[in-house]
Design a binder for this molecule. Structure first.
Ligand SMILES: [Zn+2]
Length: 144
């Protein structure tokens, strides 16, 4: 679990799950101000709501596809549905539901890419449903 990565802020080697020893950055934070004494102020990365809504949508559509295929006996539909759900879940987990993207380590971003890509493509196709998912996120105050 404790793999090393280069700090996104200063480039120093750090643990992916820890805090940078040189500048105090950690995954999910964005630098907002550089001070004359060399220290940096960070804020939590804002949730990418559209991405989060897309991931929820893709997960739900994937599950519906699996269930629908199971009842109609379509193996292809079940395969596509489970792939979609799996990809969306990986992206969901890696980005903490859209909360970390800019500061995501490259290998995690790579792992999240297929899910994000497919989810966003789906979200654009089903834009009214996507907007409902985003409204749900805002209503549930997942932003905090
Ligand atoms: Zn650093």
């Amino acid at each position: 679990m404790n793999t090393m990565m280069a700090c996104k802020n200063c480039g120093a080697e750090m643990y992916k799950t820890g805090i940078c020893a040189r500048c105090d950055w950690h995954v999910g934070w964005m630098p907002v101000a550089q001070h004359s004494d060399g220290s940096t102020t960070f804020v939590t990365e804002r949730r990418h709501t559209f991405m989060a809504g897309s991931l929820i949508l893709a997960t739900v559509i994937g599950i519906i596809a699996v269930v629908a295929s199971a009842t109609s006996g379509s193996a292809a539909g079940a395969a596509v549905g489970s792939l979609l759900t799996a990809a969306a879940m990986v992206a969901w987990k890696k980005t903490r539901l859209g909360k970390v993207w800019t500061g995501l380590p490259p290998d995690d971003r790579l792992a999240a890419w297929p899910g994000v890509f497919v989810s966003v493509a789906l979200a654009i196709v089903c834009i009214p449903i996507t907007l409902m998912c985003i409204a749900f996120i805002n209503m549930a105050r997942l932003d905090r």
